[in-house]
Design a binder for this molecule. Structure first.
Ligand SMILES: C[S@@+](CC[C@H](N)C(=O)[O-])C[C@H]1O[C@@H](n2cnc3c(N)ncnc32)[C@H](O)[C@@H]1O
Ligand code: SF4
Length: 490
């Protein structure tokens, strides 16, 4: 059977790109084995750790005018085999009620510690887990409480993550109505794939028809700003299946689509990856999948909103806020960034709840970034959304970007990953395909390399790390970080 026009086009583009990890290494980039399986991550623990008790006393010294609000809702109806997020499965309604009460107490505690009332909340994000595991009355209760305690601006973005199965049937429709009436104006729905066999394989408890019905129900409820998540790199996934999934997106035409490259982090996927490695698309097929997505979505009016994998219709496109924008996070694992200090809550519900019940903030660690850390992360943010410019960087930090990152920029340019002439610096087509590798260069030296040294200097970690490499596992640093190192201070 001959290949489709899209797959052939992707193969031609791939051939012209003529870039691979080996070549990038030769050009001086630091590339770890299996790197492309890992999107770059902005490690919170990169700064200098500070005493948790000092966070809010330090904050009190300066006035914050605006902040974004994040609320973590860790409940799910099922555990997807690939999922790397903290979530609790199959909890009864009373458990969710109890959780909402705990979040309310957390906010009350914060308000006692810090003058949050005076801060204008510019946007809200409900993430999870699956925030729409909440019933309609629980949604009303939670949002009503937040509005009663915080100064929430009327026209800001209010996004809620959701799964298709929670948006169908009469209960799903009631839930959508409650969200819309509470001024949620953007939904982010995890479809993952429209292939029914694959949905079963990854333990998503619905079929493709549910995704379509859920999307239609959301439109009917009044939502006009919807994101759909798709995953690529799934076991047994072929280029043809990926083309079908992309086709479903262009048919439904949501304002956004976030494409997630499967990262091997859950124990289940880890086991499968070790024992049945061949079932996973090769690194080359992953590159083809990325090219197919860019080409197919471009044909239907989408553009890369944030490299490598967030696409939007131009009418939905938004400016990227600065990395250091103030953010208030509630719930287990939520992190906040206030007044130049970053802090994160304990990720486990039990510990989080126990601390709040004792009248203590559930903060597990806090850190202060140096100016260098902030500049690195800001450069990454702006590069991802094609908004990095020499003049605005200078205006923002009072530092010439050449002085801060000249060497890195030259390497990226010589590897063909960025266009760096004149004022604006942007990822090239190859730079978008290899965005993870490109972006990581900004903090490899000060963090990644130090981390590697720490691992290799520690007997147990070294053994584990080398075993991973020998097995040709591509679990890499982010897994090590999460599972073994916790909050390693560097
Ligand atoms: C919090 S979930 C979205 C909402 C909802 N819980 C759902 O799954 O439909 C965010 C997204 O993360 C992605 N995701 C989760 N684990 C992943 C992994 N190991 N690799 C890549 N993407 C992952 C999925 O695409 C998922 O839709
Ligand atoms: S992907 Fe979504 S639904 Fe699945 S376990 Fe993770 S948070 Fe829950």
């Amino acid at each position: 059977m001959s290949e489709s026009a899209l797959i052939q086009q992707a193969r031609e583009i791939r051939q012209r790109l003529a870039i691979n990890s080996e070549l990038l290494r030769k050009k001086g980039l630091i590339i770890e084995d299996g790197e492309s399986r890992h999107k770059y991550e902005i490690y919170l623990s990169a700064g200098s750790p500070i005493n948790v008790r000092k966070i809010y006393s330090a904050h009190n010294r300066r006035e914050i005018k605006e902040a974004d609000l994040y609320v973590h809702l860790p409940f799910c109806a099922y555990k997807c085999f690939f999922c790397c997020y903290y979530s609790i499965v199959g909890q009864p309604k009373v458990a969710v009620d109890k959780y909402i009460n705990t979040v309310k107490k957390e906010l009350d505690l914060l308000i006692k510690t810090f003058p949050l009332k005076n801060i204008a909340i510019t946007s809200i994000y409900f993430g999870g887990g699956t925030p729409t595991y909440l019933a309609d009355d629980q949604i009303n209760e939670l949002i009503g409480f937040l509005r009663s305690k915080l100064h929430i601006l009327p026209d800001g973005n209010f996004t809620c993550e959701t799964s298709p199965d929670t948006m169908v049937g009469s209960i799903g429709k009631e839930r959508l109505k409650a969200l819309f009436e509470n001024k949620v104006n953007r939904l982010s729905m995890g479809a993952q794939t429209f292939n029914d066999i694959k949905l079963k394989l990854i333990n998503r408890c619905y079929n493709s028809q549910t995704v379509i019905s859920a999307y239609k129900n959301a439109l009917q409820a009044g939502f006009s700003n919807i994101n759909i998540d798709l995953m690529f790199g799934l076991p047994d996934q072929t280029l043809e299946q990926w083309e079908y999934d992309l086709g479903m997106i262009t048919e439904l035409k949501p304002g956004w689509t976030q494409l997630y490259h499967l990262t091997i982090q859950s124990p289940r996927m880890h086991k499968m990856f070790t024992e049945e490695h061949n079932r996973f698309p090769s690194e080359e097929d992953i590159i083809l999948m990325r090219i197919m997505a860019i080409e197919e979505l471009k044909k239907h009016g989408y553009r890369v909103e944030r490299a490598p994998d967030l696409f939007a219709l131009p009418s939905k496109s938004e400016d990227t806020p600065p990395f250091y924008r103030e953010k208030l996070g509630l719930g287990p694992s939520a992190w906040s960034s206030l007044n130049g200090l970053w802090h994160s809550n304990y990720p486990e519900l039990k510990r989080y709840t126990a601390l709040i019940e004792k009248g203590r903030l559930p903060i597990s660690f806090a850190t202060k970034y140096s100016k260098r850390h902030i500049m690195e992360r800001e450069a990454i943010y702006k590069l991802r959304s094609s908004q990095l410019s020499r003049s605005s960087f200078k205006a923002e930090f009072g530092v010439d970007i050449e002085k801060a990152f000249g060497k890195i920029l030259r390497k990226l340019s010589s590897a063909g990953l960025i266009n760096d002439d004149g004022d604006s610096i942007a990822l090239t087509y190859a730079g978008i395909i290899f965005a993870s590798e490109a972006l990581k260069q900004f903090f490899h030296l000060d963090y990644y390399e130090k981390l590697k040294k720490k691992i290799l200097n520690n007997k147990t970690l070294k053994k584990f790390y080398l075993a991973q490499k020998d097995n040709k596992l591509v679990i890499g640093f982010s897994y090590l970080l999460r599972k073994l190192l916790g909050r390693l201070s560097l």
